[in-house]
Design a protein around this ligand. Structure first.
Ligand SMILES: [Zn+2]
Length: 84
């Protein structure tokens, strides 16, 4: 799959996130206080090995989006998509 839909599909397969969770992490504000904060924003840690850890902390029904590791390359592509 090519284009933005291909990026979203690959990111979904690699991360295990559903569409609503991908939209959530894309649109949710990122906390500027650091990882240990208890605010409602996303908490993101950029690792030196090319991965990013995002503490999602979003609950939808019985599913909890807690945290995950993402490749910086594909995460950057997801953030550059104008609308999912
Ligand atoms: Zn915070």
């Amino acid at each position: 799959m090519h284009g933005e839909i291909g990026i979203i599909a690959r990111f979904g397969l690699l991360s295990g996130l559903i569409e609503q969770e991908i939209i959530y992490i894309k649109e949710k504000e990122i906390c500027c206080n650091g990882y240990g904060c208890y605010c409602d924003n996303l908490h993101k840690v950029d690792c030196k090995n090319g991965l990013t850890i995002i503490a999602i902390g979003w609950i939808m029904g019985n599913k909890k989006g807690i945290s995950n590791n993402y490749s910086n390359t594909i995460l950057e592509k997801v953030y550059n998509i104008t609308k999912i």
